[in-house]
Ligand binder design. Structure first.
Ligand code: AMP
Ligand code: MN
Ligand code: MN
Ligand code: MN
Length: 278
């Protein structure tokens, strides 16, 4: 039987809709056999996620998705098989979360100037972890308040990078994020590379620097890629010798991405990053 690995999902501990144990149940119901909860910049859901996965007889890898700024743009680095009690990782993530509240207030002011008053207070109502207010919470508020048709619509008109409601922010350094993951005994994975607006030269530099730091894997089949991008990043994995990861990037039942465990398998010639832990 082939493994159904889904190694990228979110819970209420960051910007997901369901509590960690409920995401575990959804993964199990979707046929997932190896799962990782990878909340943004937070490990607070790991105990609940592992306990729920183990109770369901589902394999589990502790995970996290770290926000990084590289060449003035945001890159997400997933850490898999991390020790959630590692001090260096915990402290690094706390520093990365720092500044989210002030940034969110600035987003609120920016949106007010665009005719969307009260967005900071509105978004806060969707937040269960006040340290982790994100653009997703603003998007949920704006959809429910009738300013946009969908979260996608909010990002394309207001909150996407470079749009009028966007507030730039400096996240962790790539070397630091990879270092914290390694200190915690995990492997770093470049999340959804197809989402970054780098030039081909910049991409080559990003992959080169990641390899120099000891990075070995990228996401190939992810809910944040189109099927064309599965093929494109499978080729990148072959060209750079990366291992490959697979994950839905599931956040919520109705936000238009794929459900947990339903993605196609990795191309058979690629080495799955999770094989090292089986
Ligand atoms: P933040 O960490 O506050 O910058 O928020 C980033 C989050 O916004 C991502 O993790 C996604 O959940 C969501 N997001 C970013 N871009 C988009 C997009 N184009 N469509 C839908 N959700 C997005
Ligand atoms: Mn998210
Ligand atoms: Mn991401
Ligand atoms: Mn994600």
């Amino acid at each position: 039987m082939t493994m159904n690995a889904d190694l990228h999902c979110h819970s209420t501990v960051s910007d997901g809709q369901f509590a960690p144990a409920d995401v575990a149940r959804r993964a199990h119901a979707g046929g997932v056999t190896l799962w990782a909860l990878t909340d943004h910049d937070e490990l607070g859901g790991q105990k609940e996620a592992r306990a729920a996965a183990e109770a369901l007889g589902m394999g589990y890898l502790a995970g996290v998705e770290i926000s990084v700024t590289w060449a003035s743009r945001t890159v997400h680095i997933v850490g898999l098989h991390v020790d959630p009690d590692c001090r260096a990782l915990i402290d690094g993530l706390a520093r990365t979360r720092n500044g989210r509240a002030a940034r969110a207030e600035a987003i609120g002011e920016q949106l007010a100037s665009l005719g969307v008053p009260g967005a900071y207070e509105g978004a806060l109502k969707y937040v269960s972890n006040p340290d982790m207010i994100s653009r997703t919470h603003f998007a949920r508020f704006m959809v429910d308040a009738g300013y946009a048709r969908s979260a996608q619509d909010v990002f394309s008109r207001y909150l996407g990078d470079g749009k009028p409601g966007y507030v730039s922010h400096r996240w962790a350094k790539l070397a630091d994020a990879v270092g914290w993951i390694q200190a915690a005994g995990g492997e770093a994975v470049i999340a959804h590379p197809g989402r970054y607006a780098y030039s081909p030269l910049e991409f080559d530099a990003l992959f080169g620097e990641f390899i120099d730091l000891g990075g070995k894997a990228i996401e190939v089949v992810t809910g944040s890629h189109t099927p064309d991008q599965y093929r494109e990043y499978a080729d990148v994995a072959r060209r750079f010798g990366f291992e490959a990861s697979r994950g839905s990037d599931f956040h919520a039942a109705d936000e238009g991405r794929v459900d947990i465990g339903t993605l196609p398998q990795l191309p058979p010639d690629l080495k799955p990053v999770w094989e090292r832990w089986l």
